[in-house]
Write a protein that binds this ligand. Sequence first.
Ligand SMILES: Nc1nc2c(ncn2[C@@H]2O[C@H](COP(=O)(O)OP(=O)(O)OP(=O)(O)O)[C@@H](O)[C@H]2O)c(=O)[nH]1
Ligand SMILES: [Mg+2]
Length: 185
Amino acid sequence: MNITSAVFVKGIRGTDPLVDMPHTGFIGRSNVGKSSLMNTLLSQKDLVKTGKTPGKTQEINFFLVNKKYYFVDVPGYGFANIPLVERQALEKLIVWYLSLPLPQRKIVLVLDAVVGPSPQDVEVYTTLKNDGVEVIVAANKIDKLSGNEKVAAMKVIANLLPQAHIVPCSSKTKEGRQELLDCIG
Ligand SMILES: Nc1nc2c(ncn2[C@@H]2O[C@H](COP(=O)(O)OP(=O)(O)OP(=O)(O)O)[C@@H](O)[C@H]2O)c(=O)[nH]1
Ligand SMILES: [Mg+2]
């Protein structure tokens, strides 16, 4: 798919989800670059709010893309430095989003390629696959790795996430952008 338009529609915290068009939800650990990757995919600078510290995205944010899909920026999970109460609230919100009965939803599971999949990433991946959801794994921040390191990192991810469609990518260099877009639409 090619991007012709992208607009922010609304942010929610557990009520009134938009369900009138197909979703692609961006899920993953805090600070892996979900929001940055969305800006890169949408050829935007600041449409999706990003931050240097984990816990930047606090709501489920809907962006209408090409007037016919929602790209959905979801808060991140699992970052130890976020206070426990806040972390639990965000995780509740993520579980709620994933449990919405949507017939046409894809998930982009974003990882930090340098860190590899966390146990929580493996759990999310396995649960979604068992539920029959199409999952695309975005191995982000690939710009931080050299050629050999990149090969090794991709092997680690493939071992921990069996049968995954893994796209090495970078919101910084735009590597993997078109491949991800083609997987989504
Ligand atoms: N080197 C590099 N840094 C990146 C990349 N993508 C994101 N970052 C940086 O990672 C940090 C976190 O980016 P965000 O996009 O806010 O991450 P997020 O996953 O949305 O984080 P939460 O909203 O807290 O869950 C920022 O400092 C970004 O500049 C990338 O591809 N390469
Ligand atoms: Mg974010």
